[in-house]
Write a protein that binds this ligand. Structure first.
Ligand SMILES: [Zn+2]
Length: 162
């Protein structure tokens, strides 16, 4: 505990002289990984406060667009991006229990920023995937690469990325 900075740096230099360059490179990589791991929790902690959330049944009403059917009301949904809006209209998600996070608008609609499906009380992210090309698409439809229909996938949300 009483080692001075000078003594400590001398010890480090002696240690470095003993190590081969390969070992130094390995130590650098380990250090890099450790520092990246140290950054990750910080970025999560810096997440803005949670958005208002609604849970209900997703239904695409003819003439009204996507709505969220809750026990006490029917909420008309809009979305921050066309991709998300098309996802809200995906027939494969019709009638599904979902959670939407976003902002209530002055016109009475709810602007969705994040969509999750709910299965047995657990949240899932929705994504579109082409197995042939191994790429993820932003919205339902054909793969931009091979033009085959993409597959709707639901990825469990873990505590760390929620
Ligand atoms: Zn493809």
């Amino acid at each position: 505990m009483t080692i001075s900075t000078n003594q400590r740096s001398e010890a480090v230099i002696r240690l470095l002289r003993k190590l081969s360059s390969v070992e130094i490179a390995r130590a650098c990589v380990c250090g890099l990984i450790l520092s990246l791991m140290a950054i990750a929790p910080g970025t999560l902690a810096a997440r803005p406060k949670p958005l208002p959330a609604l849970e209900g049944k997703l239904i695409d009403l003819p003439g009204k667009g996507p709505v969220l059917k809750m026990p006490d009301k029917v909420q008309v949904l809009t979305a921050t991006t066309p991709y998300l809006f098309h996802t809200l209209q995906d027939k494969r998600l019709a009638g599904r229990e979902v959670r939407v996070e976003g902002r209530p608008q002055a016109d009475g609609t709810f602007q969705v920023e994040w969509l999750y499906t709910i299965r047995e009380g657990k949240l899932y992210r929705v994504r579109y995937y082409c197995k042939t090309c191994n790429i993820v698409a932003l919205e339902p439809g054909k793969c931009v690469c091979c033009q085959q229909p993409t597959e709707l996938q639901e990825i469990p949300v873990t505590d760390s990325d929620q």
